[in-house]
Design a protein around this ligand. Structure first.
Ligand SMILES: [Zn+2]
Length: 179
């Protein structure tokens, strides 16, 4: 949970706003093409863009790339990491948990039971760590479409991942704060 006490308010009590991360399970194909990427080279080039556009529309047109050693993002086996992330986030939601820090704790408690490799564990945490996940820019006319995570989205498109987890900052209901 993030608290921002910094907003000045002349003469009154300081404004106090509390925010939390919400987690959404989304289709990777519905996410914006992450084309602000400037590197590394394995993420770029006309082939990569074409592949990602095709992958978004008709997944069966191409065979997904397997994990490879060019960079951390392509080394992670994202189909495995994202499947666990999606499943555990859905479980947490079903258990009535909706704040990012609660969901992160719920998933950390269950990590040992998943027997993930080191890289897939890192990939999972890069999706479900509170405030560490993929975050879209919700400005009406953003210069950048992602606040965080465009390389993670590109790598998941490259590997043909269908569903993943994104996070969004949401202001908490003031009624809840007074409790
Ligand atoms: Zn790479």
């Amino acid at each position: 949970m993030v608290t921002d006490d910094s907003e000045p308010d002349a003469g009154a009590m300081p404004a106090r706003t509390e925010w939390t991360m919400r987690y959404d399970v989304v289709w990777v194909s519905d996410l914006p093409i992450p084309n602000e990427i400037r590197g590394p080279a394995c993420m770029l080039g006309p082939g990569a863009w074409l592949r990602r556009r095709a992958q978004r529309r008709v997944a069966w047109l191409r065979r997904p790339l397997r994990p490879r050693h060019c960079c951390w993002h392509h080394q992670v086996n994202w189909p495995v990491a994202a499947e666990v992330a999606v499943r555990l986030v859905r479980q947490a939601h079903s258990a009535g948990l909706h704040d990012g820090d609660q969901i992160e704790a719920y998933i950390l408690e269950r990590l040992d039971g998943e027997a993930l490799g080191e890289l897939e564990c890192e990939g999972l945490l890069a999706l479900v760590g509170a405030s560490a996940g993929i975050e879209l820019n919700d400005d009406p006319d953003p210069q950048w479409r992602y606040v965080e995570g465009q390389h993670r989205v590109a790598a998941q498109l490259d590997q043909g991942v269908r569903e993943t987890v994104v996070q969004r900052l949401e202001q908490l209901d003031p009624g809840r704060l007074s409790r």
